[in-house]
Design a protein around this ligand. Structure first.
Ligand SMILES: Cc1cc2nc3c(=O)[nH]c(=O)nc-3n(C[C@H](O)[C@H](O)[C@H](O)COP(=O)(O)OP(=O)(O)OC[C@H]3O[C@@H](n4cnc5c(N)ncnc54)[C@H](O)[C@@H]3O)c2cc1C
Length: 489
């Protein structure tokens, strides 16, 4: 059955746009199209096609009694403004919550937790005295790290791995002890393969613009302080009812029939209808839909499946982006069953420490009102590229390994009251060396296909703000293309 979205069924619409995927990227695209249609006075039929039975993709909040448990992401960064701005535009400002005061992060080091020195940001010490006093590195390791200010910038503008980049700038000890778990943990990836240019663009640029990351950050901090205006937020924020409030709010602002759940897209093809270029979408149930423009906001390998039959050149590049699988284990304990003071936001575990945990957030310390006051919510990341075997374990085996690590590092001495595991198969794109070149090729080929855009965490950043930006850019791009068609008619 072929349904043309611009036919009499949908009369009154000037354009039809289909969006594949109702994760935050697809929803941000839909929301931007809604805003553009209001601003420019255009009637756009938006149809989001989502294979699962809910919106939000990996953003999922589990709420019961007085518990707010994030099964996927738990916060977003405010330095990049796109998520904050979207929340504000959606009327969610009163729901934004700040992190509590204990902003310390711990690193697992020789079986114990050591606080990250004050002023340390991802891989960079910005305050000399706390760094010098820290027990995490030897004196020679600290000296080598501080010599970064005098290490000549590289001429290599192509790319290198995180391990090469950080070791070259700060030495191997800082890389293996602190930077590797802090940075590789974001991608649940392998520092020897991840691209410095794509995974750490901010630091990569500092080397090339300031000649040193430490010096660049010092100048940048001063600059940011001088230029901060409006509401001030900490580095990370969340939403009081959980992050799932964001996709749900977008959904509520869209016209009621905008989302089709349990509707998987099988393939898509550019066609000519009359003198116009359109997109023919085939669903898994064989239904066909024709639209003016198409945004594919799925992981890259899913986008590749959709384009493979008819646009194989784009698909062949989309397939080059690898993914890792990761799981979140949320455990609730009685506060009295944990010996550690929990005077921080959580800890990360370097590869050389071994064990099952990649990182653990003290979720109910980080954000208020997540659990009753006599309880503690711990949120643990496991799996990723380097621990596929742990991702594959049964729930009970995974829980036991996680508990053993919590017992070792935090002195947890009773079993959790609640424990939930959420697995995210092939959910974390790996921005390996050469990623930017792959993305540039995809973007160039997509630009050639009129009325097509791709969005999502596969391309220019995995964080929620990056995904929102990519969705909004995709919406702008198809909207401009549609408008340019009207002028030519
Ligand atoms: C466990 C975990 C924790 C994270 N923590 C944080 C964090 O704390 N802060 C942060 O900023 N970022 C975090 N991230 C990253 C961030 O949450 C994700 O990158 C982002 O939410 C991805 O959104 P997306 O819309 O691009 O993709 P997804 O959320 O994966 O959405 C894609 C959607 O497309 C649908 N789909 C796929 N194929 C088809 C098809 N053929 N037809 C129709 N629909 C299809 C899927 O069902 C899905 O709903 C985390 C990621 C993970 C996995």
């Amino acid at each position: 059955m072929l349904i043309e979205q611009n036919s009499e069924i949908n009369s009154g619409y000037e354009y039809s746009v289909a969006i594949v995927g109702a994760g935050i990227s697809g929803l941000a695209a839909a929301n931007k199209l809604r805003e553009l249609s209001d601003e420019k006075g255009r009637k756009i039929k938006i149809t989001i096609l989502e294979s699962s039975n809910r919106v939000g993709g990996v953003i999922q909040t589990h709420r019961f009694e007085n518990y707010v448990i994030e099964s996927g992401p738990d916060s977003f960064i405010t330095k990049q403004k796109d998520a904050l701005s979207l929340c504000q535009r959606l009327g969610l400002s009163d729901h934004i919550i700040q992190t509590q005061k204990e902003r310390r992060t711990f690193i697992a080091h020789r079986g114990k937790l050591q606080a990250l020195p004050d002023g340390f940001f991802m891989l960079t010490p910005t305050k000399l005295i706390p760094f010098a006093k820290s027990n995490l590195l030897s004196w020679s390791g600290k000296w080598r790290a501080l010599r970064e200010m005098f290490v000549k910038p590289s001429n290599n503008l192509f790319d290198e791995s995180l391990a090469q980049f950080i070791t070259r700038r700060f030495g191997n000890e800082l890389y293996a002890t602190i930077a590797e778990p802090m940075v590789s943990g974001i991608y649940t990836g392998d520092g020897n393969k991840l691209s410095a240019k794509s995974a750490l663009p901010y630091f990569w640029n500092l080397e090339h613009t300031h000649g040193s990351i430490i010096r660049g950050m010092q100048k940048d901090n001063i600059h940011n302080l001088q230029n901060t205006s409006g509401a001030r937020y900490g580095l990370f924020v969340s939403l009081d009812e959980g992050l799932e409030l964001l996709p749900k709010t977008i959904l509520n602002k869209l016209p009621p029939d905008s989302v089709r759940l349990v509707t998987a897209v099988k393939k898509a093809k550019q066609i000519t209808s009359g003198n116009k270029s359109k997109w023919l979408i085939t669903l898994k149930n064989a239904e066909e839909i024709v639209v003016d423009a198409l945004i594919i906001a799925t992981p890259a390998y899913k986008a590749a499946e959709i384009l493979n039959d008819n646009h194989n050149n784009i698909a062949s590049y989309l397939k080059k982006i690898p993914y890792s699988s990761t799981a979140i284990v949320n455990m609730v304990f009685d506060r009295s069953d944990i010996e550690h003071r929990l005077n921080g936001f959580g800890f990360v575990v370097p590869k050389m420490e071994g064990g099952a945990i990649l990182a653990c957030s003290f979720s109910s310390i980080k954000f208020a009102n997540r659990v009753p006051s006599d309880k503690v919510l711990l949120r643990v990341f496991v799996g990723g590229v380097l621990q596929k075997d742990i991702y594959e374990l049964s729930d009970i085996q995974m829980e036991c390994l996680v508990w053993q690590d919590l017992n070792k590092y935090l002195g947890v001495n009773d079993l959790p009251i609640y424990s939930f595991i959420n697995r995210y198969p092939n959910s974390m794109p790996q921005y390996n060396v050469g990623h930017q070149e792959i993305v540039a090729s995809i973007e160039a080929m997509v630009r050639e296909r009129q009325g097509l855009a791709v969005a999502g965490n596969s391309y220019n950043g995995v964080g929620i703000p990056n995904c929102i930006l990519s969705g909004e850019q995709a919406a702008n791009s198809v909207f401009c293309w549609l408008e340019s068609q009207v002028v030519r008619d």
